[in-house]
Design a protein around this ligand. Structure first.
Ligand code: UD1
Ligand code: MG
Length: 466
């Protein structure tokens, strides 16, 4: 491959996206949990672009702020404002002050999220940093797209649908909206654009005509996978691309050996790292970064975000795990769910059991501890082999501040206890059911803190008055 010099990417993202019928700028709608524009910028990162220029217009500030929060590695996009929007050629004109003539410019759209970097590398290789390289596509129904006019095999021009003759409209090779070319040529040709066409816009596609007129080489890389260049204009199209994206992720995981009960009912909005022999039942959603160790089984309809689950653990159906910033860690051979909720800062050691309707937040549970029914453990340090009874809670919040509860090894907490933090339950102690514990309890003892049971013999119930 001939060295093509530095790569600068221009991303058109000024359009309004009327058909989304949304307050949110179109390029900020999400696919696989990430903004469409974020996905396009990720592609620029993968291509090792020197620079990315984002053309913004509608709600420019909102778009800018979102890009700032994407966490792109080694790429700090710059923004060019296009106001008003007078067409794709006009859009790229706004990027010119940011582009240097020693490079190649790759034009992308912020609403086309599924272009593979390999496809773009092929396009760049074809252009060799010298030629105008167009990404094109064969479409059975080319309505609406710019058609690629050829003489023999040589590309002559792109004619927009609205400007095309009936005969030209029969052409099924269309321009994808993606092109790459030497920046110095782009600059020359953009200066020659006019608005003399059916839409009275500055068409970027007119530069193909100029290239041919100047005797500059034009090449086309024709692909057949429409989803790679498909844009998002409506909620229906967004959902369609989401399904394609999810299907591809599901297939990649299955190729690695992950057993998905149904790849059509699987959603990954982030990164999922799986050990061998992982099984995932239907309807699960994974967000952020999730790690599943060897042999982990995830039951149906679980939502798991920002969590690491160690080898051999079973997550039963309808469990919600969300580690947010602090993360959730579950040790080996644990049993979680069904209907469990693990919140940020939960750290469970091996063989911990968390059962139905149990919520854990910012709490550490050591090996073998069990909380199997209807309970809350928040801001707690819990030792090993603790049994935490049904209906028991840590009262960790006094209305102003959070306090910690410490439960030492081998404590048994009966049912329906309230542990008013800050409080420590000494090792090996037993807490009688129904106790409200406000003071530290000694190790090894039975502590009961509730009204003493009494009985009144021969009790006469009140009678109804006549
Ligand atoms: C464009 C191409 C057409 C191609 C099609 C592929 C032109 C003139 N035509 O069509 O040949 O088949 O893409 O999808 O280039 N945008 C701006 N500012 C503007 C206008 C557009 O930022 O002033 C952005 C849009 O938000 C969008 C992208 O550019 O992300 C493409 O614009 P769009 O109107 O969808 O392209 P078409 O004109 O339909
Ligand atoms: Mg248009």
């Amino acid at each position: 491959m001939v060295s093509a010099g530095p790569l600068d990417v221009v991303i058109m993202a000024a359009g309004k996206g009327t058909r989304m019928k949304s307050e949110r700028p179109k390029v900020l709608h999400r696919l696989g949990g990430r903004a469409l524009l974020g996905r396009v910028l990720d592609t620029a990162v993968q291509l090792s672009a020197r620079q990315a220029v984002v053309i913004v217009g509608h709600q420019a500030e909102v778009v800018r702020a979102c890009v700032g929060s994407l966490g792109l590695e080694g790429l700090q996009p710059v923004f060019a404002l296009q106001q008003p929007q007078l067409g794709t050629g006009h859009a790229v004109q706004q990027a010119l002050p940011f582009l240097q003539d020693d490079g190649t410019t790759l034009v992308l759209s912020g609403d086309v999220p599924l272009t593979r970097p390999e496809t773009l590398r092929d396009l760049l290789a074809l252009g060799q940093g010298q030629k105008l390289a167009l990404l094109t596509l064969q479409l059975p129904d080319p309505t609406g797209y710019g058609r690629v006019l050829r003489q023999g095999s040589a590309v002559q021009a792109i004619v927009e649908h609205k400007d095309a003759t009936a005969q030209q409209r029969c052409i099924t090779e269309v321009y994808s909206g993606i092109m790459a070319l030497p920046t110095r040529l782009l600059r020359q040709w953009l200066g020659r654009l006019d608005q003399r066409n059916a839409q009275q816009e500055y068409y970027l596609t007119d530069i193909v005509r100029f290239a041919v007129a100047d005797g500059a080489p034009v090449v086309a890389h024709c692909i057949d996978k429409a989803s790679e260049v498909a844009g998002v204009n409506s909620p229906a199209q967004l959902a369609e691309l989401e399904r394609i994206f999810q299907r591809e992720q599901a297939e990649r995981l299955m190729a690695e050996g992950v057993r998905l009960a149904d790849p059509g009912r699987f959603d990954l909005r982030g990164q999922l790292l799986c050990g061998p022999d992982v099984e995932i039942d239907v309807g699960c959603v994974f967000e952020g970064r999730v790690e599943l160790g060897a042999g982990v089984r995830v039951g149906a309809h679980c939502v798991i975000a920002q969590a690491s689950i160690a080898d051999g653990t079973i997550i039963a159906p309808f469990t919600h795990i969300d580690g947010e910033a602090a993360g959730v860690e579950v040790g080996e051979d644990a049993r979680i769910g069904p209907f469990a909720r693990l919140r940020p800062g939960t750290r469970l050691a091996r063989q911990v059991h968390i059962g139905n309707f149990v919520e854990v937040k910012n709490a550490t549970l050591a090996e073998g501890t069990k909380a199997n029914h209807l309970a809350y453990l928040g801001d707690a340090s819990v030792g090993a082999r603790v049994n935490y009874g049904a209906g028991s809670i840590t009262a960790n919040y006094d209305g102003a501040n959070k306090h910690r509860t410490v439960i030492e090894d081998d404590v048994h907490v009966g049912s329906n206890c309230v542990l008013v933090a800050p409080v420590t339950l000494g090792a090996g102690g037993t807490i009688g059911g129904g106790s409200t514990i406000t003071e530290d309890t000694p190790p090894g003892a039975l502590t009961v803190a509730r009204g003493k049971q009494m009985s009144v013999a021969n009790w006469q119930r009140p009678q109804k008055k006549r």
